[in-house]
Design a protein around this ligand. Structure first.
Ligand code: ZN
Length: 302
């Protein structure tokens, strides 16, 4: 077992089913600052993918990873613009998307997120102790369903489609670039983290993905919070719908086991969901067992 995998497994084991939010940050450690289309690009290093927009009259980022990698991302942004950041938008509250807010705090005018995000962020920090609580920087601008803003020659929309991966997920859509940052609504071809303690509902997650994919143009490019090393963090509408299909099959498979009188352990011992073999991402720390256990709890708790 290589060291990274060892550290990950140790972290997962010590946390039981309460997975630490930074443990699976990004197993495919690759520093990459690159443009996708029309002044919108990504920064990957550790944690959820950062999205960015740079134009003559605006600077926007989506998610903030961890303090160290956030500082590296900011350094790269400063090479390209002298402008102060207008908005940092958090797709949801998880630490590998918000811990770097502390680095962005003095660089950005505002931090924007769904209205549930600050509360979930503080609750998760409280579970980790006072030091974690003190380190939190939360959004100063929140919204319930939709927030839209002209940013230079671009328009950005943040839309909350209802509970899914958490109870506070947003899709961040750069309209003219036609690029949507999905946060952790899409773990591209990889078993997801699911956070029912912070409002996640798998059944609704399926609907959220299909609604978003339906609403956005069919040639939109999607940025995923995390991805299978073989597929990466850039995705198409087909990839988003494939994630919805996986989650739907996860619920159907688990329900079938429940109906057949199988125990949670029996159902969760299945090595792979038929038709979704490609979700077994190489080096990925999150398991199908975790997904099934979470689905089982959702289906048996009313
Ligand atoms: Zn997450």
């Amino acid at each position: 077992m290589d060291r990274r995998k060892f550290l990950l497994n140790t972290a997962l084991a010590s946390a039981g089913t309460m997975l630490p939010l930074n443990a699976f940050s990004n197993l495919f450690f690759r520093r990459d600052f690159s443009t996708i289309r029309r002044n919108v690009g990504v920064y990957t290093e550790r944690g959820g993918t950062i999205g960015w927009l740079i134009n003559d009259n605006a600077l926007v980022a989506v998610d903030s990873q961890f303090p160290n990698s956030a500082a590296n991302c900011i350094a790269r942004l400063k090479e390209r613009t002298t402008r102060k950041m207008d908005y940092l938008i958090n797709t949801h509250h998880h630490g590998d998307h918000t811990a770097g807010n502390s680095e962005f705090k003095d660089y950005t005018e505002h931090i924007v997120a769904h209205e549930n995000v600050p509360g979930y962020q503080m609750k998760a920090a409280e579970n980790r102790g006072q030091e974690a609580v003190d380190a939190q920087v939360t959004a100063d601008m929140t919204f319930a369903e939709k927030w839209s803003q002209d940013v230079g020659d671009e328009t950005v929309h943040a839309t909350h489609y209802g509970p899914a991966h958490t109870g506070g997920d947003s899709v961040i859509y750069f309209e003219k670039a036609n690029i949507a940052h999905m946060g952790d609504l899409v773990f591209n071809r990889a078993y997801p983290y699911i956070d029912p303690g912070a409002g996640a509902i798998i059944e609704n997650w399926v609907k959220v993905l299909r609604t978003a994919a339906d609403e956005l143009p069919s040639d939109a490019i999607y940025i995923c919070g995390h991805g299978n090393a073989n597929y990466g963090i850039q995705a198409s509408k087909g990839d988003v719908l494939r994630k919805a299909d996986f989650l739907e099959e996860l619920l159907a498979f688990t329900q079938k086991g429940i109906d057949a009188g199988q125990s949670k352990e029996e159902i969760a011992s299945t090595p792979v969901l038929k038709g979704f073999e490609d979700f077994q991402a190489p080096g990925w720390g999150l398991t199908l067992e975790f997904s099934i256990n979470t689905a089982y709890d959702e289906l048996t708790t009313s």
